[in-house]
Design a protein around this ligand. Structure first.
Ligand code: NPQ
Ligand code: MG
Length: 369
């Protein structure tokens, strides 16, 4: 008698292609991990990898493999009944790297553990709000005209902050066009590591557009480069890919490489680590915001609970389901006055809709230990 896992591979069409400095995507291939208890209760976690290692070194087939071959077997001694969240994190920490795979498994078991206690993820993490401010991430489009149309749609829908994906050759003209139309809207950019140290003077030209921040301009391992950029650019630098743990967050801040941090549970190995990074940042007076990885409702629900913690003072990439999907795997998250409601049900507070899951599913792998 013990907990078993189903690893669901899904393919969901995106409402429009999402292009970043590392590639373009028109279908989200995503993995949902289901942990099933003896009592037949399911806990859910989302693995936010992409099919290829473009955003970080992890990728979907590798994540599924490491879950099956190493992460789940490592948990075997704990799986007689639903393990406490801290013990899952400690057991998984024996394995290096693979934070997105770890986060998916930890979250599925955490959802189960919370459901057994009738506690919501928000209550467990320490949420202080019942709704969160939402921003939206705008991919690199084909033209300035398309950009203005797309941003206009999001502004009309009520998003409280716009983030433009940028890369060399798609930056100043795009910013100028958006600012000409919307002089006052909260605006930021994300380069996903597309610039180099030698671009410091170029990045300084972003200053005139009154941006909240420039996210991850340089490669993830280049803390010195980010510090050098910060000395030339007035706009705050915010790290995403570089921040992998509590210690790397503290290092980046103390070193002077960043003054704002994007927290993504998948990138940091789960919600416990995400909460700890949040707590550290509150102590250090570093604003944080919740990133996004084109999550389905499963991952989105959990992110919104995280974003309700007190240190999340900037709007997140916690968009409505409709930003990415015509149909979500859960009940859709719908924007209300630029905000989403924090789920209040037990665990992550949402379930996949069986018919949607069946329709989107391309493969199910059962893992029993
Ligand atoms: C970021 N996300 O902040 C990412 C990166 C990103 C919402 O901008 C498929 C799956 C495509 C995950 C493209 C946002 C993706 C993806 C970009 C994540 O850096
Ligand atoms: Mg980013």
């Amino acid at each position: 008698m013990s907990i078993s896992f189903n690893i669901h591979s899904l393919e969901i069409p995106l409402v429009r292609p999402f292009r970043t400095s590392f590639g373009s995507q028109s279908v989200r291939d995503v993995v949902l991990v289901e942990a099933v208890s003896d009592a037949g209760i399911s806990g859910w976690g989302e693995c936010v990898t992409m099919a290829w290692p473009g955003y970080s070194a992890e990728y979907t087939r590798g994540a599924i493999n490491v879950m099956r071959e190493f992460l789940i077997p490592t948990l075997l001694p704990l799986l007689g009944s639903t393990p406490a969240p801290g013990s899952v994190r400690a057991a998984l920490a024996v394995m290096q790297g693979n934070p997105m795979a770890k986060s998916a498994i930890e979250t599925a078991l955490l959802d189960l553990w919370l459901k057994e206690r009738n506690l919501s993820l928000g209550e467990f993490l320490g949420a202080v709000r019942d709704r969160v401010d939402c921003g939206v991430s705008v991919g690199i489009p084909n033209s300035i005209a398309d950009l203005i149309t797309e941003v206009g749609q999001y502004v009309d829908e009520g998003y409280r902050r716009i983030k433009l994906k940028v890369e060399p050759g798609w930056d100043l003209d795009a910013l100028r066009a958006v600012r000409a139309q919307w002089p006052d809207i909260p605006l930021q950019v994300d380069a996903n590591q597309a610039y180099r140290r030698s671009d410091a003077e170029h990045l300084a030209k972003f200053d005139e557009f009154d941006l909240l921040l420039i996210e991850q301009p340089l490669p993830e391992d280049d803390l010195l480069g980010h510090k050098l950029i910060s000395s030339v650019v007035a706009t705050p630098i915010c790290l995403d890919e570089s921040i992998l743990s509590v210690d790397s967050a503290e290092s980046a801040v103390e070193f002077g490489a960043t003054t704002i941090i994007n927290i993504k549970p998948g990138r940091v190995g789960g919600f416990l680590n995400a909460r700890d990074i949040h707590d550290l940042c509150v102590e250090m007076n570093i604003p944080v915001w919740c990133g996004g990885m084109l999550e389905t409702g499963v991952g989105r629900a959990a992110n919104i609970a995280l974003a309700a913690l007190p240190g999340f003072i900037l709007p997140g990439d916690t968009s409505a389901s409709s930003r990415y999907y015509k149909e979500d795997v859960t009940q859709p998250f719908v924007l209300d006055n630029g905000q989403l409601l924090v789920p209040t049900g037990p665990g992550i507070g949402v379930e996949p809709i069986a018919a949607n899951l069946a329709e989107m599913s391309t493969n199910i792998e059962h893992v029993e230990v």
